[in-house]
Design a protein around this ligand. Structure first.
Ligand SMILES: Cc1cc2nc3c(=O)[nH]c(=O)nc-3n(C[C@H](O)[C@H](O)[C@H](O)COP(=O)(O)OP(=O)(O)OC[C@H]3O[C@@H](n4cnc5c(N)ncnc54)[C@H](O)[C@@H]3O)c2cc1C
Length: 463
């Protein structure tokens, strides 16, 4: 019997480690999940994402049981405890082979190295397989260097996507007699309404993916920046926890395009999935970003620290309607549209001039899809400290962004209802008197002078 250790790859299909474990030796595999609550908290993971993960693990226990695979959960405090725990588990249950998919952040890599060293010392074979990416092997330039800029990375990445036939090898074909697995976690009803939009069964998750590809993918490129349109896939929580494999997305993209006799590699949504790979690969090649450091070490700005401004930003009380709508959405639902993530992160770093690490932490503490590589990448992009980051002098104007991407104020009205009755024109920047009438605050900073100060401070730090 082989042991498959699931981590941030909470699925059964398109799972190279599970498929391999079922193929090797005995054709029998058991799944183990190790909960590390203290570590999750150390990584600032939000309560909602922890609950979401637990519910999915419960669901996997049911789904794996239905195809005859035993599923067990055990727990320890942090990653440090895992090697010993896993060793004892293998010894007790006589597992001689352990399979898992590799992960990219530093702590996870360190954990896996310790596990490999401990288990192999006791003659247990460890099979650390692919990263959970579309292109798992290193994407390198002609000089064998990792890319720091997305577009050339993407061009190379497109040439490296495996032949679709390869993906099918990861299908679990064996159907054994169903068994009943114990349900690992107790769930907390207080999250029921917040999580009601996020399905946990593999079937429903796939339906969501298929619906997106059938109905929205064609217009994705032109609609994706308008938050009121709900035109993006909203698959991030599933991709973040590996409940959906990136190659499963690829498979359906290909089918969708094949039906129309179009070239699937031209798909724009595919490009977004490539960003997911890109930021995860950055973790492998530049581990300093996992240690709270700027990706770009030459940037040395000294951020302000203003708890009063930080709190207003967190609570959606900045007096900038588009910022407040987005920040309230994050608090209420645990999710935020990509365009808004960029706008609020640039606002936090370039207008409030607060440290990106503070914003990064707040996002992790609140997002249902919080994922280290994408979050760190997005924050460092916004702060101009990252790879392929926005130049420091290109600072989004929140009023113009609002007019452009929410021109009728539909999105703002959803989350800042006190501005409901303002005109489509005024809603982006209410007058003093309208603010008073609507009980909506004045802006906490003056946009223009804050922007000029930031440019000055960035310039100064470079000299
Ligand atoms: C400051 C900031 C913080 C972010 N934090 C996270 C995070 O914690 N977790 C997270 O999954 N994404 C994060 N993103 C990336 C992006 O905003 C979300 O992935 C996207 O909004 C999710 O919505 P969707 O599923 O509808 O995306 P779609 O537009 O449908 O894209 C499909 C998938 O591609 C991937 N993707 C898209 N854009 C990016 C990107 N820029 N970087 C990495 N992957 C991407 C995601 O897996 C996403 O689900 C962040 C972006 C910024 C600017």
């Amino acid at each position: 019997m082989n042991l498959v250790w699931l981590r941030r790859d909470l699925r059964i299909q398109d799972h190279p480690a599970l498929a391999k474990a079922l193929e090797d030796n005995t054709c029998k595999a058991q799944i183990l999940y190790i909960a590390t609550e203290k570590q999750w908290k150390k990584h600032n993971e939000s309560d909602i994402s922890i609950e979401f993960r637990k519910r999915r693990v419960n669901q996997l226990a049911i789904e794996s049981g239905s195809i005859g695979i035993k599923f067990e959960k055990t727990s320890c405090e942090t990653f440090k405890n895992i090697p010993e725990l896993l060793l004892n588990y293998c010894m007790k249950n006589k597992f001689r082979n352990v399979y898992f998919l590799k992960e990219t952040p530093f702590d996870e890599t360190q954990r896996d190295e310790d596990v490999i060293s401990t288990l192999t010392q006791h003659s247990i074979e460890v099979h650390a397989l692919d990263y959970d990416l579309i292109v798992s092997q290193p994407v390198l330039s002609q000089n064998y260097q990792p890319y720091k800029v997305f577009t050339p990375y993407y061009k190379k990445w497109l040439t490296m996507i495996e032949n679709p036939k390869q993906w099918l090898k990861y299908k679990i074909r064996k159907s054994l007699k169903p068994i009943t697995n114990a349900i690992p976690f107790e769930t907390d009803v207080k999250f029921d309404s917040k999580l009601s939009n996020w399905q946990i069964s593999s079937y429903e998750i796939h339906q969501k993916l298929e619906n997106f590809c059938n109905n929205k993918i064609e217009n994705y490129q032109q609609d994706r920046d308008y938050p009121a349109l709900n035109s993006t896939s909203m698959l991030s929580p599933y991709l973040s926890f590996g409940m959906l494999g990136p190659r499963q997305c690829l498979n359906i993209i290909k089918k969708t395009y094949d039906k129309k006799n179009k070239d699937w590699k031209q798909d724009f949504w595919l490009r977004e999935l490539s960003w997911r790979d890109f930021y995860r690969q950055i973790m492998i090649h530049f581990p300093h970003v996992s240690k709270n450091k700027n990706f770009n070490r030459t940037i040395n700005v000294h951020w302000d620290y203003r708890p009063d401004l930080i709190e207003k930003w967190q609570n959606g009380e900045t007096g900038f309607p588009i910022i407040d709508a987005a920040m309230r959405q994050l608090k209420e639902t645990g999710w935020m549209h990509n365009r808004l993530r960029m706008i609020v992160a640039v606002f936090f770093t370039k207008i409030l001039f607060q440290d990106w690490r503070v914003g990064e932490k707040w996002f992790m503490e609140n997002l249902v899809d919080g994922e280290f590589a994408a979050n760190n990448g997005g924050w460092q992009w916004s702060a101009s400290t990252g790879c392929d980051a926005v130049p420091y002098f290109r600072i989004f104007n929140p009023y113009l962004q609002s007019q452009k991407f929410d021109s009728e104020g539909t999105y703002i009205r959803r989350y800042v209802p006190e501005l409901m009755n303002l005109s489509n024109k005024e809603i982006h920047n209410p007058t003093k008197s309208s603010r008073k009438i609507c009980h909506y605050p004045e802006e906490i900073v003056d946009y223009k002078s804050a922007k000029n100060r930031t440019i000055h401070l960035f310039k100064q730090s470079a000299t």
